[in-house]
Design a protein around this ligand. Sequence first.
Ligand SMILES: C[S@@+](CC[C@H](N)C(=O)[O-])C[C@H]1O[C@@H](n2cnc3c(N)ncnc32)[C@H](O)[C@@H]1O
Length: 276
Amino acid sequence: MRKPQISRFVFLCRRDFETYLHQELAHAKLKPAELGPGAVECEMSDFIPVYGRAGFRVIEKLPAAGTLEAWAADGLPLPQLPELPPGPGRWVVCNLGEGVTVLGDRLTAAPRRMKRDADTLSRAALKLDEALEWVGDGPGAKEVCVDLGAAPGGWSQRLLARGARVIAVDPAQLKLAHKKLTHVQDSAFRYQPEEPVDWLFCDMAWRPLEVAQLLGKWARHGWAIRVVANIKLPMKDKWPMLARVRSTMEEGGWRNLKMRQLYHDRDEVTVAASRY
Ligand SMILES: C[S@@+](CC[C@H](N)C(=O)[O-])C[C@H]1O[C@@H](n2cnc3c(N)ncnc32)[C@H](O)[C@@H]1O
């Protein structure tokens, strides 16, 4: 593990995703350099990469006061925090491995590991919990959601728990029944809503570009106001596909689009956008 330079940005990523993070930063002309497993440094800018789960600007010493957070590269233990009196600013102490601990000025929130309770139907539910926290919003009671690729029902279960009405679309069986849940046992590519809905959710295990085209169709028809989708990206050449997914959704009419590989995302990324 190499020590990053003072004032450069460090982005942490999922282990084995350093190359993809590096590619994104290189495309943004930010002169990236891999530091070791799970960390890449680059020049300062306002660009937050999709594969950067969290980031900070490297500083030489901690200010006299502030809020301190313990961070670590993927799979490493969190470092001990020194005492710091309360004050403005959020500062990071990050364990990058092999004895390298650096200080930082926080650029993003830390990766968030969500808790799984006994009732949680699927691991996928944690992806939605984290995605809604990242979006900073979610459906409320009385809102209507469509959940494409819903089986076995982890996302739908979470949406129902928020009081929303859910139309779950998936040819597979749901392990869930609820008075506010309708299961359309069909392909999402054939489904059309009877009337526009508040939220579109999508966790379909399907080709990314075709999913992006489907989401674009939803925006073009005005069928949903907001979207949160998990896009599977199992291919080696991820950067061009990320760019195509983004442009396909934006051409469809989605605005304020943001994309990130969240803590619970494996070979996939989370996308959120709205039509206004
Ligand atoms: C990762 S699982 C979804 C997990 C779900 N979000 C949960 O929380 O339980 C992916 C789902 O996509 C569904 N799927 C694949 N192709 C589909 C299609 N064309 N239309 C609808 N669902 C599809 C699969 O049947 C599978 O249930």
